[in-house]
Design a protein around this ligand. Structure first.
Ligand SMILES: NC(=O)c1ccc[n+]([C@@H]2O[C@H](COP(=O)([O-])OP(=O)(O)OC[C@H]3O[C@@H](n4cnc5c(N)ncnc54)[C@H](O)[C@@H]3O)[C@@H](O)[C@H]2O)c1
Length: 272
């Protein structure tokens, strides 16, 4: 499958980046986001990113059309808010509207693909296609097979990821998949080290940067992701795997209660 026409729903940080890499690969993209100004902000972010990357801005953007509702396409990539009932509602509508041969993919960070697949009449054509932020720069695509996903669907999405210049890694649908099952406990443990007074934030991040060659320390990364998102993903791990080792660190919860969500609110572990 070539996926010549892709419908991307959600024009935020991730949806905009996904639309950009698909358009840059020569495919046609329809971009839908019902919230006022969202598509405009997405297109503006794409323009900036394409300019920075030295790509052909106008030619790439000409392949992205704004649509006011879901439209027929060969593939849906969903990148809306991380909320299971919102995603399931969208997949039900997409299942009704898109051709029965179309594949429906979600960019979710943590919601079970198996549950999303189960609300459609084509569960074998539902899959996780988890890009990383910033999408035009980071090469990884975690391809998540639901219990119901067919081999053909998985093979087509793995091939698409390669055609986009990405490196796919196939995983099964378990809480947090692989990426967040490893990353989030790492961030959570860094929050515990801070809470217990083992070290200051700068020291914790310096150890990860210089000791493990990470480009960014876990606390700075948590601020980038959003501490509310980190807590939500820890809860998915905790509930889904049932092991107390995944309980969110109380300090993370407290920062969220205080509205210290990270970069997006101006303050998290650090002030911005
Ligand atoms: N931010 C990251 O680093 C990251 C990385 C990987 C995956 N994800 C996942 O990608 C998805 C989107 O995250 P984001 O960071 O781009 O969020 P975001 O808030 O930047 O963008 C979400 C967009 O979805 C739109 N939206 C909300 N509800 C909608 C609906 N019902 N229908 C259509 N559009 C709707 C909003 O208007 C917004 O523009 C989430 O599932 C998230 O878990 C995020």
């Amino acid at each position: 499958m070539k996926f010549e026409h892709v419908l991307v729903v959600g024009a935020g940080q991730m949806g905009g980046g996904i639309a950009q890499v698909i358009a840059a690969s020569g495919r046609r993209v329809s971009l839908h986001d019902p919230y006022p100004g969202a598509v405009e902000r997405g297109l503006e972010a794409m323009r900036k990113s394409l300019t920075k990357l030295g790509a052909d801005v106008e030619e790439t953007l000409a392949r992205v059309e704004r649509v006011d509702d879901l439209v027929e396409a060969d593939l849906l990539i969903e990148a809306i808010v991380e909320d299971q009932s919102e995603k399931e509602a969208l997949f039900r509508r997409a299942d009704d509207l898109l051709p029965e041969t179309a594949i429906l993919a979600s960019n979710t960070s943590s919601i079970p693909i198996t549950s999303i697949a189960a609300v459609t009449r084509r569960p074998e054509r539902v899959i996780g296609m988890h890009f990383f932020n910033p999408v035009p720069v980071l090469r990884l695509v975690e391809v998540i097979r639901a219990v119901q996903t067919s081999d053909d669907t998985a093979a087509a999405i793995v091939q698409l990821a390669r055609d986009l210049g990405k490196e796919p890694a196939e995983v099964r649908d378990f809480p947090g998949f692989v990426s967040n099952r490893i990353l989030m406990p790492f961030i959570n443990e860094a929050a515990y080290a801070l809470m217990e007074g083992v070290a200051e934030p700068e020291a914790i991040d310096t150890i990860a940067k210089l000791g493990f060659a990470h480009p960014m320390g876990p606390l700075a990364l948590a601020d980038l992701i959003g501490l509310d998102t980190c807590v939500a993903i820890m809860e998915v791990l905790h509930n889904g795997l049932g092991n107390p080792k995944y309980a969110p660190c109380p300090l993370l919860r407290q920062y969220v209660q205080a509205g210290r969500l990270g970069r997006k609110s101006g303050r998290g572990f650090y002030a911005y």
